[in-house]
Design a protein around this ligand. Sequence first.
Ligand SMILES: *Cc1c(COP(=O)(O)O)cnc(C)c1O
Length: 526
Amino acid sequence: MSMNNQGRPSTPNEAGMVAEHKTFTGNKALQIEEPLIFETGRNDVTGVDIDVPLDFKPRLGSHRREAPIDLPGLSEPEAMRHYVRLSQKNYAIDMGLYPLGSCTMKHNPRLNEKMARLPGFADVHPLQPLSTVKGAVELIAQLGRWLLVTTGMASVAMSPKAGAHGELCGMMAIKAALKARGESRSKVLVPESAHGTNPATAALLGYKVVTIPAREDGTVDPASVRELLDDQVAAIMLTNPNTCGLFERDIKEIADAVHEAGAYFYCDGANFNAIVGKAKPGELGVDAMHINLHKTFSTPHGGGGPGAGPVVLSDKLAPFAPVPYVRFEGETAEFIETRAEAKEHGDTPFGRMTAFHGQMGMFIRALSFMLSHGCDGLKQASEDAVLNANYIRVGLADLMSLPFGNRPNMHEVLFDDSFLKDTGVTTLDFAKAMIDEGYHPMTMYFPLVVHGALLIEPTESESLASLDLFIATLRDLVMSAKKGETERFTGAPYHSPRRRLDETAAARKPILKWVRPEPASVEAAE
Ligand SMILES: *Cc1c(COP(=O)(O)O)cnc(C)c1O
């Protein structure tokens, strides 16, 4: 049997045979086939022993339920096994390398979790009087300070709850600033490599989105920006490092051109992880930037949330920051909750983004991450993230294709699918074969500027051994594709409990409700 570098069978036919070999239980090795809890449970079993209530007279009249409630009954070990088995079907950063680019699924040190669970933080309620939660306010203020220092900006709005929400906040501040100048501009410039949330944010605020074409080398040319600038442009939304993992070298020149045209510079800071401690957006001419705490400063990131997207603002935009915000007066911090309070300090907030103060649990984790790393540690984390991504590039550059040439990248490395040309293997097939090797695939088909994009972000928390194994696995897969072993790919994944799923149907037409099959139809099915 031929083995790959990890000592696993790699020949497609043998892998195919494994798939053919159906087990009686449907289980695959120690991966247990798990039905829905409603299909397992029996109404006459329970994990809890409750006394029959004495003298119980229901007072619901005609609303009284006649039919059984139809909840599944399980004993304690059955319930426990059900959920543990389900949890094992999730791939997680705690199980292995998570190469998804543009997501920064970094390791979340358990210390952060411990801090977030301290009763003094975990048990506070947003409606408590401020005088009883001074520590929580102090924590928000301290985190805000760290964000201002690392970004070199003037002010911060802590309340936005995700990156996209932060974009909306920053762009609303820009809109308010224009209005205060008596202007209402109609356009926003967005490079073609931008994350979809950028044009979506601009469009939501009623702006016309004008696309800036990318240069040969994957970055934005200041000349193209200048060509598009006029007195109708409200802002540019630029990501740096950009979604191709490249640093926008001309960012200063672009910022100057934007400001000369009377427009504002919104920076999408989702990739701040690559430059913390190395470059300050405030010194690059940025007017507003969101920070995805869940990408840059640890805190869990999965299942769509919860995240946190504080927005840092320049001097020009600071007066428009939404309430609530923290105002610094020397060493003391004051929490400004209402527009009236803000007015007393000469500020004119554009409004409010959320009911309360933001994602407190995420704030605690982020500050814990910052304090435990220190300034030097945060800088090193960025350096290591960039080093790791470059290590992967160098380890694969001879076999996989780099759309913008073999030059240094930032925290993520972008390949395209031209190395698969004439192999009969598609980007999707390649990604599916990675699952058989025990890896979650990288980000595919994003950014859209590159055909068949494969975007890999290892983050700083992967060891050299882990990177070497990942590189060796990808090299084995590429060689296999080039040798014409297409079956290893086109039928992959062979070893997962479920094979190829109709992901579009799953996203567009999810079946979210379980209906007990009629007894007759069960018989018919059998
Ligand atoms: C993740 C990301 C966003 C959106 O952030 P969310 O927290 O997912 O809303 C925006 N832009 C870029 C470049 C991103 O990577």
